[in-house]
Design a binder for this molecule. Sequence first.
Ligand code: UT7
Length: 301
Amino acid sequence: MVETSDEWITSRTGIKERHIAAAHESTSDFAAKAALKAMANAGLNGDQIDLIIVATVTPDMPFPSTACQVQQKIGALRAVAFDIEAACSGFIYGLEIARQFIANHACETVLVIGADKLSSIVDWTDRNTCVLFGDGAAAAIVQHRPNSAGVMAAVMGADGSKGSVLCVPAGGSRLPASTETLIKRQHFIRMNGKETFKNAVQAMQAAGEEVLRRCGLAVSDLACIIPHQANRRIIDAVAERLEARPEQVFVNVDRFGNTSAASVGIALSEAVETGRVQRGDLVLLLVFGAGFTWGAAVVEW
Ligand code: UT7
């Protein structure tokens, strides 16, 4: 579709494989699958979920929310449901919102989902972006546990002055869909890769250092560091700046590409399933995305 090569993609991004949803699948379809898996792992049924938060930039439709679609698909009919939009930072934004609801005793059980069908907004004629993104969903159950720290601390940040660096220009209230926006291909992702790259490295390093400072921890205390999986070179640069040992850093961008809000959730889930993260381990999650938005969280698994 575009002039590119496996050599370019591998050396500049580290990506070898991606998963693309079927045309008939929407974000809530695979968000619900991830949710049911998380609920089964936690031994919960739909009635026990108080709140559903879905982080996504590719909702099924502008409204109703994808969280409401998920609610009925998983039979969580008691749950409050809403979406948040923090692009690739959505999973940590969602975790922190869940933590606050629980800390304030407003809820007992929160289902946090990061899910995106980026293939639906990728411009397959733009080689700057079409080689990077994949589809996926990740879900976590968040509850208070008396004998475990869980999400120990999180920091989040945003810089709206950089909004145009990574965006989908049309389809909202600024540029509603029209023949002209379609012809100009303004419903697809546009990104200044270099500017995004530079800001991603700086923000994830700073957020990581800040959250560790708040927890009184050093990088050497961490069993695993899970950065947003956008580009292998970004991950390596962040790890180097944090002075992390290579074996501390979890990488699966080679097999999933950039799955946006699902990215660190999918990586955490894989790290747990493969035994890379064990009960009691301290894990640092780092995210960065459009907005710009960013965040870091320390989790005792
Ligand atoms: O999840 C949100 C966060 N997103 C990210 O973190 C993505 C951040 N950015 C990146 O990962 C990288 O900037 C990219 C992978 C997007 C691009 O890598 P780069 O090393 O920054 O390349 P570049 O944009 O500076 O492009 C270098 C060259 C250009 O050619 P010229 O102008 O030097 O002749 C591009 O046109 O590579 C060319 N190029 C490609 N060539 C082959 C760009 N994309 C491709 C491609 N295949 N797919």
